[in-house]
Ligand binder design. Structure first.
Ligand SMILES: NC(=O)c1ccc[n+]([C@@H]2O[C@H](COP(=O)([O-])OP(=O)(O)OC[C@H]3O[C@@H](n4cnc5c(N)ncnc54)[C@H](O)[C@@H]3O)[C@@H](O)[C@H]2O)c1
Length: 257
């Protein structure tokens, strides 16, 4: 018996589309193809590559936003409230750290670099959830993107690993906060995928090779495989799953070497 996921009538807020390689783009497209409308927030610096993508979505709304600007957040969420009224899903697919803190030794990170990485990559999940939850239907789903560097010291990942550890912990606390409304909160821990954000990690090429050599499936993963997991987490097929970190990484995390 075939099972297809139908998200007709559902609405999602998506943060993190920079270009057609972005994991957020693949998730937005997958949800949209299943019938879900998309409200996309984009950073001004990515506008030239973001805008052409919107014509590939069915009836999207979109507005410039940056999670470090209260003014832009107020404006984006006011627009979503006005146009959508209610939403069902929140996709948090954003991260940032200064390039100089994604190489060398972790202990070289300075206070400001630590703060920036945490504000954008981790604190923002609480901020976006607090703004979304009053308009979120009970039974909704929130998804954040993370990486194995949160639980294993990964050369070059450095401050982002520490920020992802805070993000994964936030997922558990927010799942606890919103569970009585049957809102589920999970993180997808993806294997390495060549994207704009990934290009800032000095050791990224080695990470890709490492997965092919050591992951049980002997290959890298695709953004579409992450999007499939996100679709599952937005569907009624995952109604008892919350507070989890789900690995979409060809099994790499399960290996001892
Ligand atoms: N690519 C990988 O290998 C990989 C693996 C595991 C997890 N992830 C995570 O997936 C998520 C998406 O990254 P990606 O690989 O698709 O790269 P990407 O560069 O396409 O996406 C990162 C997004 O973050 C947004 N962003 C950064 N700072 C922001 C801010 N202040 N306000 C609003 N948006 C901001 C950027 O505009 C961009 O759209 C990130 O959380 C990343 O850590 C990526």
């Amino acid at each position: 018996m075939g099972v297809s996921i139908d998200l007709k009538g559902k609405k999602a807020i998506v943060f993190g589309i920079a270009n057609d390689k972005s994991i957020a783009w693949h998730i937005a497209k997958r949800l949209n193809d299943a019938g879900c409308r998309i409200a996309a927030a984009y950073q001004e610096r990515v506008e030239p590559l973001f805008m052409p993508l919107m014509k590939d979505l069915n009836d999207p709304i979109y507005e410039k936003c940056d999670v470090v600007s209260d003014e832009l957040l107020d404006s984006f969420f006011a627009k979503v409230q006005k146009e959508f009224g209610k939403v069902d899903f929140l996709i948090h697919s954003i991260a940032f750290a200064k390039r100089e803190h994604l190489q060398g030794k972790y202990i070289e990170v300075n206070r400001r670099g630590y703060q920036v990485a945490h504000e954008v990559s981790s604190y923002s999940l609480a901020e976006l959830t607090r703004r979304t939850s009053p308009m979120m239907n009970d039974g909704g789903s929130i998804i954040a993107m993370t990486y194995l560097g949160s639980v294993r010291a990964t050369p070059g990942y450095n401050i982002m690993g520490v920020a992802k550890a805070a993000l994964e912990s936030s997922v558990r606390y927010i799942a606890s906060d919103l569970g009585e409304r049957q809102i589920r909160v999970n993180a997808i821990s993806a294997g390495p995928i060549a994207t704009l954000a990934a290009s800032g990690i000095a050791s990224f090429a080695d990470m890709l090779l490492n997965y092919v050599a050591k992951a049980p499936l002997k290959r890298n993963i695709t953004a579409d495989e992450v999007a499939d997991c996100a679709l599952f987490l937005c569907s009624d097929m995952s109604t008892a799953i919350t507070g989890q970190v789900i690995y979409v990484d060809a099994g790499y995390n399960s290996m001892g070497t």
